[in-house]
Write a protein that binds this ligand. Structure first.
Ligand SMILES: O=P(O)(O)OC[C@H]1O[C@H](O)[C@H](O)[C@@H](O)[C@@H]1O
Length: 301
């Protein structure tokens, strides 16, 4: 565990990265969590150490490409609504429902360690956070691992999720970078780059379809698209967001009016769409001992 003193020493050598409490940036929203505010000539990002969870990314002179719920809470061990939660080592519910394991795995609610931080020659920042197995993680998932999440903050946001398998038997897992993208109105956005893909609609049971065209959101939408092209574009009447990834799946989610029934989204559900790149369902990954999974993604406005 990096002590606060070690963290302060590491960051003292990296201009443009400041350790703050979430309460300073988002006051009155729970007990508060440590966050890193990263600012350079190209852009600004906010990253919670819990979950290695990006909360905001604003390219210089632009808008926040990520959505953070106005009802998001910052409490230890609880998932934060918005930004880019990391879902692993399983996406969605755990296959064994009897064990009461957390949805989307334990990575998003675990404390990650800052492993390195540097300013690149062109002024962008690169930070690497890591999570290793503990007694607690092995109770939920009996494997030795080292997860890493590298972020590069420039005029684009580039991330790489790595899972190094340090155990002795092959392991299957699923993962997603569960990005919440800010849009003016979800009903008016079009998601390009998923036409022709197999679609698994997970609402009210599992239905498999062939997705014919661009995706539009009419009330609740929860579908996994398989073997997708590298690029999706979220087009809105006032601009676009581009997502580029070498992963094989994309999950598109918005709770629609279900969000009005309670929880940490509420009427603000109209302000985002999740386009989550990763490897899930039929695109699950099997790692042999010693193998490393790598998922890259770049987001730009
Ligand atoms: O509420 P959470 O556990 O954060 O999950 C939020 C959503 O994540 C994904 O998009 C899943 O496909 C949805 O079924 C789920 O509702």
């Amino acid at each position: 565990m990096t002590s606060p003193a070690d963290l302060a020493q590491l960051l003292a050598a990296v201009p443009g990265v400041v350790l703050r409490s979430s309460d300073e940036l988002y006051p009155g929203r729970g007990a508060g969590l440590p966050v890193l505010e990263i600012q350079n000539a190209h852009g600004r990002a906010v990253l919670a150490l819990q979950g290695a969870h990006l909360l905001s990314f604003v390219p210089q002179g632009g808008r926040d490409l990520l959505w953070l719920s106005p009802l998001a809470k910052f409490n230890p061990g609880k998932a934060i609504r918005g930004g880019i939660p990391l879902c692993l080592p399983w996406f969605g519910g755990h296959p064994d429902k009897s064990r009461g394991l957390p949805a989307h795995g334990f990575a998003r609610t675990s404390d990650w360690q800052l492993e390195s931080a540097e300013v690149l020659a062109d002024g962008r920042h690169q930070l690497v956070l890591g999570l290793k197995d503990t007694l607690l993680t092995r109770e939920m998932w009996p494997h030795h691992f080292h997860f890493r999440f590298a972020i590069t903050v420039g005029s684009e946001l580039t991330v790489m999720l790595e899972a190094e398998h340090q155990g002795h038997v092959p392991v299957e897992f699923t993962a997603a970078m569960h990005s919440y993208f800010a849009v003016p109105n979800v009903a008016e956005c079009v998601i390009e780059g998923l036409a022709g893909c197999e679609q698994i609609n997970t609402l009210g049971g599992i239905t498999r379809l062939h997705n014919e065209g661009d995706v539009v959101i009419r009330d609740v939408h929860d579908s996994v698209y398989l073997d997708v092209p590298a690029v999706q574009i979220i087009r809105t009447p006032s601009g676009q967001t581009r997502i580029d990834s070498d992963t094989r799946s994309a999950i598109v989610w918005n709770p629609g009016t279900n969000a009005l029934k309670g929880g940490d989204i509420g009427p603000a559900y109209t302000g985002f769409v999740c386009v989550e790149r990763g490897d899930a369902f039929d695109n699950a990954i099997t790692l042999k001992p010693g193998e490393v999974y790598r998922a890259n993604m770049t987001i730009s406005g």
